[in-house]
Ligand binder design. Sequence first.
Ligand code: ADP
Length: 201
Amino acid sequence: MLLGPPGAGKGTQAQIIAGRMSVPAISTGDIFRANVTGQTELGRQAKAYMDSGDLVPDEITVAMVTDRLAEPDAKAGFLLDGFPRTISQAEQLRDSLTELGHVLDRCLELVVDEDELVRRLSGRRMLVDGAWVQRDDDKPETVRHRLEVYREQTSPLSGFYRQAGLLSQIDAIGEIDEVTDRALTALGFPDDGPAGAPAAS
Ligand code: ADP
């Protein structure tokens, strides 16, 4: 799983690392946003929390992730991005994984200082239907609140996973591929070729 504040680059790195490892990247933020766009009941429940930069309540989030982890493509492993985000979610994840017969291999924390995060988030735009748009929760006042929520509710996970002997931390400032190299090294993964590929001869 990837741990790190909003703007640390979890989504970007999750896609690349999961691709290298041939496992799905499971992002709770992406699942929520897809549900908001698709105007589902889950999206309706999550939207107000997301827009204000608060966490969606654990009951909703944990049920959603538990369902996702039970899907066939997650049988051989997965990379979590944006979950768990509270100690309670981490404890419930531990229980779900036990039930599914999985073990968490590692928590990789992307470390970025707060000034850099504010710079990145306020400049971030997404391409939607051919136009660059700012995510509602990337507005400056919401960004400040998300960072506060991270500090209070999510950053304690670093200690939680350190105690469990599962934490690795990397400096997540630099070019995307430099950060990817640090991540793969920290995960004990070769930095070229897909998972399980035979060594070049
Ligand atoms: P970021 O990491 O940049 O804040 P995400 O896409 O991971 O962005 O999350 C966007 C929003 O989705 C969060 O601010 C929160 O409202 C909701 N969310 C995502 N993951 C969780 C989670 N594990 N628990 C509760 N809410 C979540």
